[in-house]
Design a protein around this ligand. Structure first.
Ligand SMILES: [Zn+2]
Length: 299
């Protein structure tokens, strides 16, 4: 039996190609989606499915790596179409009752909240499945394994399917065919120690490809995972240096902006610069670092 094809759907978030991916796996009797994306790109998702000859009722299983809205905002809607949503145990309560998720995202995104993420519908409990760490799910004769991989968020799974690892945000942000990789470090759960341990765990796997949600399927797995570890080391060293002078959040944000440019962000083609405004806003990553330092490192 040949392997099912993995189809990368470009959700074309706000007209930016290659920013947010949804991965479609066509099985003999159904389809699986990994990372269905935000509510605002549901029309793009529907169109892509139609173009592939897949109807919504074929999508019986949906995996999300974590509940951040750019990955999972549309799951309430998909559950209402009949799909079962597979989610980390720490994320599940926030899908059933999304009020807190909406509140905390609104604090971060302010008046852009609705424009960016649209309506967040709750997932009916009977459409949720909460696998355990390492659990292997058999779906239409094919195996999908979830692995607990905290560091970006405590509610983060990666999904392994036939040697391809759907890495969510623990896999960083790698845009286009560049080799440039960044770490999204949002509050409140960014933790470099947990992130490093997760990456070490992933290095133990036999992988033929790694697919971060931002964006695409890469076969240079060893390079990609090594880069993430190097970036974590550099970021931690930089943060330790910065915090010696006890900067305010505003000062840390400015310093981070400068440092990220030095790390290669400003050498990327101009067309990619707006991606970071949405996918890894500097103020958000700075506030994750700031919180980690004061609430975890100093505690
Ligand atoms: Zn995230």
């Amino acid at each position: 039996m040949s392997s099912p094809q993995i189809i990368t759907i470009d959700l074309n978030f706000f007209g930016y190609p290659g920013a947010i991916a949804s991965y479609l796996i066509r099985l003999p009797h159904q389809a699986v989606l990994i990372e269905p994306g935000p509510s605002t790109t549901i029309p793009a998702l529907q169109k892509a499915l139609t173009d592939c000859g897949i109807s919504l009722s074929d999508v019986k299983d949906v995996f999300i790596t974590h509940i951040h809205l750019d990955h999972a905002g549309s799951v309430g809607w998909l559950a209402r179409q009949g799909a079962t949503i597979h989610v980390h145990p720490k994320g599940a309560p926030h899908l059933v009752n999304p009020e807190k998720l909406i509140q905390s995202a609104s604090r971060i995104y302010g008046e852009l909240m609705d424009t960016l993420w649209g309506e967040i519908k709750p997932v009916p409990e009977d459409h949720l499945h909460i696998p355990e760490d390492n659990e292997i799910l058999s779906i239409d004769g094919h195996k999908f394994q979830v692995l607990d991989t905290p560091g970006h968020a405590n509610h983060h799974y990666t999904v392994l399917f036939e040697g391809t690892l759907f890495a969510g945000d623990i896999g960083g942000i790698r845009i286009g065919d560049t080799k440039h990789i960044e770490l999204p470090t949002p509050p409140p759960e960014f933790d470099p120690l947990k992130w490093r341990a997760s990456l070490r765990r992933l290095q133990e796997l036999e992988l033929c490809a790694i697919a971060p949600t931002h964006f695409g399927v890469y076969s240079d797995v060893e390079y990609h995972l090594n880069q993430l570890l190097i970036k974590l080391d550099l970021l931690e060293e930089w943060l330790e240096q910065q915090m010696l002078s006890n900067p305010s959040l505003e000062e840390l944000t400015e310093a981070l902006r400068h440092w990220l440019d030095q790390q290669g962000r400003n050498q990327l083609p101009q067309a990619y610069q707006p991606y970071f405004t949405y996918l890894n806003p500097t103020w958000m990553s700075a506030s994750g670092l700031y919180r980690y330092w004061h609430k975890v490192r100093q505690a």
